[in-house]
Ligand binder design. Structure first.
Ligand code: NAD
Length: 368
């Protein structure tokens, strides 16, 4: 009997993405899987049931999840949903098992072999499976478009009969995947773009996209390409220089994060108070608390004439392309173990061994 793969209909409020597209369903079937897609799963991303059926999937309701060997999702299912899964089933998605005790307990109670994709090592081989990167790209793009929409000004320089309009000055804080997409997007809209990050190697990346690197004289290069936490003195110096600089900026898009921790607070209330009325801050880091002290996750409001937006789940706003990328990431990942119509896990493969949750004891890996 071929392995049964089920594509879950997302349940989280506002989530429009889906974990498989008709294109990836076709490929899963070619790998020998039997694929069931829950009715309406792709609606939010423009993939209708008929397209999945044409690709060879069976269409099902949310019942009967306990026959699936492998379940694919974007956001973590609720503990109640997990209780309906087959004992020992495999689950792939952005699962954040340790972010919610009830979820972790539900997964363990059912002996679910979870692959939280955010745990994937960020090696070269894993790039095609890297959902953090693919979704951050969409989030950075949308954050800049939201900023452009909220700003009471043009982004580009314009020479008109009514005089010359100077271009908006946009500062992107944090130049990881989302930030760099933000630099590129703001540049395409004609703004004068600056980017800043504590990792010095981002200078070249920002410049290659037509932005200017804002040098605040503080470096926090850490391990594995990620930033480390700054010391108190480094933070103070960074903040004083940033406060001065922000007085001349029209739009700030914040994307700075430190993995596994709340977002660093980079823009203080005092800094916002020093900004010009009509300025805009879009804080993409709102999801993990925000880079700006004044950010209210999920809200947009004005503080002394400065508009502050903390939009959530920005990748879902671009659900078509975000889903296409996510689904390909998932397909590339599950191709590591969906083989000849069966699930075969090679625990010597670090992409599987390091991603699986709960972690396998070293002895289990050796015995497998
Ligand atoms: P992220 O979302 O964890 O962080 C976003 C950015 O915020 C990072 O560039 C970080 O340096 C920056 N930041 C953190 N604290 C800051 C502070 N106090 N002030 C200013 N900036 C701050 O990062 P990400 O975008 O997921 O990835 C970070 C980097 O990892 C990438 O840019 C890339 O170089 C590397 N990466 C490598 C691979 C790969 O090789 N497979 C894949 C993805 C990412």
């Amino acid at each position: 009997m071929a392995v049964e793969v089920r594509v879950l209909k997302e349940a989280a409020a506002g989530e429009r993405r889906v974990a498989a597209t008709p294109e990836t369903v076709k490929k899963l079937i070619a790998a020998g899987a039997r694929v069931l897609v829950e009715r309406g799963a792709g609606d939010g991303a423009g993939f209708v049931d008929a397209a999945y059926a044409d690709a060879g999937a069976g269409l099902v309701d949310a019942q009967g999840r306990d026959s699936a060997d492998l379940l694919l999702c974007v956001q973590p299912p609720s503990p109640d949903a997990i209780a309906d899964f087959k004992t020992g089933a495999t689950l792939v998605g952005v699962l954040q098992p340790t972010a919610d005790a009830a979820r972790a307990e539900a997964l363990q109670a059912k002996g679910i072999q979870a692959f939280p994709l955010e745990r994937l090592p960020r090696t070269t081989r894993a790039q095609a499976m890297d959902v953090l990167s693919s979704q951050a790209g969409m989030a950075g793009y949308k954050a800049v478009l939201i900023a452009a929409q909220l700003a009471p000004r043009f982004f580009p320089m314009l020479t008109t009969a009514a005089g010359t309009i100077r271009p908006s000055k946009v500062l992107i804080v944090g130049a990881g995947v989302a930030g760099l997409q933000g630099v590129a997007t703001a540049k395409r809209l004609g703004a004068q773009v600056e980017g800043f990050d504590v990792r010095p190697e981002t200078r070249e990346q920002i410049e290659s996209l037509g932005g200017k690197f804002l040098d605040l004289g503080v470096s926090a290069a850490g391990e594995g390409g990620y930033a480390r936490q700054l010391t108190e003195e480094e933070r103070a110096l960074q903040q004083q220089r940033l406060a001065d600089h922000l007085k001349g900026i029209d739009v700030v898009v914040c994307t700075a994060a430190v993995p596994g921790r709340p977002a660093p607070k980079i823009i203080t209330t005092a800094m916002v108070d020093g900004m010009k009325p009509g300025s805009v801050i879009v804080d993409l880091a709102a999801e993990t608390g925000g880079n700006c002290e004044l950010t209210r996750p999920g809200e947009t409001y004005a503080h002394h004439g400065v508009t502050i937006a903390g939009p959530l789940n920005l990748a879902s706003l671009g659900a078509v392309h975000a889903s296409e990328m996510y689904a390909r990431n998932v397909l590339n990942f599950v191709a590591l173990f969906v083989k000849d119509g069966a699930l075969q896990f090679d625990w010597d493969d670090e992409l599987l061994a390091k991603t699986v949750w709960p972690e396998r004891p070293a002895a289990a890996n050796a015995a497998a």
